[in-house]
Design a protein around this ligand. Structure first.
Ligand SMILES: [Zn+2]
Length: 85
């Protein structure tokens, strides 16, 4: 009789171990999916900006930060004045 009890305890321990291992694997997969989703949410891909080079100094600047001249776009009003006046 004690061998039957021992076998049942052994089966119960193995079942618990396997059940725990499966739920750990599920938790790890869910955690990885959540982390990937968070990374996508916090770091959206930056839209490409138009970058232009100043013909005077060669500095590359976003188009919105440049000063438009008659011949080209410049990094500053000072370089526009140097190039076109
Ligand atoms: Zn410049």
């Amino acid at each position: 009789m004690k061998y039957v009890v021992l076998a049942l305890v052994l089966v119960g321990v193995v079942w618990l171990w396997r059940h725990q291992r499966d739920s750990d694997a599920r938790d790890a997969a869910a955690e990885a999916a959540k982390a990937a989703k968070k990374r996508r949410a916090t770091a959206p891909p930056e839209p490409p900006k138009d970058i232009v080079a100043c013909p005077v100094c060669g500095l590359h600047s976003p188009l919105a930060d440049t000063v438009p001249g008659a011949l080209a776009r410049y990094c500053s009003a000072e370089h526009l004045r140097q190039a076109e006046h």
